[in-house]
Design a protein around this ligand. Sequence first.
Ligand SMILES: Nc1nc2c(c(=O)[nH]1)N[C@H]1C(S)=C(S)[C@@H](COP(=O)(O)O)O[C@H]1N2
Ligand SMILES: [Mo]
Length: 424
Amino acid sequence: MSDSFKTSRRAFLRGSAAAAAGTVAGAASANSGPDPLITELQDWTSYTGVGVDETPYGMPIEFEKDVVRRNVEWLTADPISSINFTPIHALDGTITPQGCAFERHHSGAIELRKEDYRLMINGLVDKPLVFTYGDLERFPRTQAVYFCECAANTGMEWAGSQLNGAQFTHGMIHNMEYTGVSLRTLLEEAGLGAAGDLAGKWVYVEGADASSNGRSIPMEKALDDVLVAFKANGEALRMEHGYPVRLVVPGWEGNMWVKWLRRIEVMDGPVESREETSKYTDVLADGTARKWTWVMDAKSVITTPSPQAPISHGYGPLVISGLAWSGHGKITRVDVSRDGGVTWQNARLAQEGQTKALTRFYLDVDWRGEEMFLQSRAIDETGYVQPTKAQLREVRGLNSIYHNNCIQTWHVTPEGICENVEVS
Ligand SMILES: Nc1nc2c(c(=O)[nH]1)N[C@H]1C(S)=C(S)[C@@H](COP(=O)(O)O)O[C@H]1N2
Ligand SMILES: [Mo]
């Protein structure tokens, strides 16, 4: 046990005696002797601070410089066709700032000016159309918060626990407030009469980057809640998220959220492109591949404590917190286990679940240094319960990569250190 840990433990025990007497005292107030941070004049009271306009577009203060996207170098051959991970272990709330929202590119992020932007709708439509960026801004807008999860999120954990950190096991996800035009509006502008019976019709969407990342989407979804988005969290999309326009496909795997959106073709069948056959399909135990696994099933993860966010404050009150989401709709309940799934407690949802968006949960406990096997399990409005790893493997075998929504376990030692372990 480290010295600082012992100190904070002693202080906290005194602190909790005060808490029992009716005040929720922090560890600091229980320390003996004057606190120079209170009794002595500090440096920052004696100079004038930084003026406005020092940073026309603000950046996080330097003390937060570790809260950044990170990649795992050995995962991909190069950073051009690669992925990095959202630092979910260091965030709270539900909205992901764009600057630290994970990126996934198949041929790198491109720089596309609004002036050079064109979106074509063609195929089985009454009149093929091309929209400029300015044209898109003149259609009625809609707005909503949605999570975007890469189907490969948690994919490295199929065979056993591998990556030590919530950022790396679960950070291929972000959650933003999008503004855009409903895809239905644009399809209706082009006219779907030529498509005849819409049942069995598809749209094929592709991006302007070299990979094009083409995907087929069934018409029913295209006319439901898909957005052609140009703003995220109130501001323009970042280049890495598809500036100036991307597709938002609520609840469905991230790969379908085509960035730098350039063309939408109405078709009478799916294209069966690379991204929906050789990739993003699920290899089952018998070697056959399951395709069209579009919806991201209910999933959750404890973000603190976690391997990159160990318990550093000693024993006593501990806030266990995490994220839950479901591509089928709202999260209605999250359970937390401290003993590897033997017993469960209801976590508190910070806000009522929103459809196809992240939900923050908390469980406030009194931790006395007992070893924990922390797990969370999400339940969505369809009644679906997030499965254990063993339950997933029963259906899918060991060959899978994508669509791993199993329950995650963090082992917590009496010192507060957390590690990724498997309790299946
Ligand atoms: N045009 C294009 N769209 C794309 C991709 C791409 O490489 N090119 N990657 C896809 C994948 S696999 C994912 S998971 C999401 C990631 O979106 P993000 O980079 O904004 O996080 O974008 C999707 N859309
Ligand atoms: Mo992805």
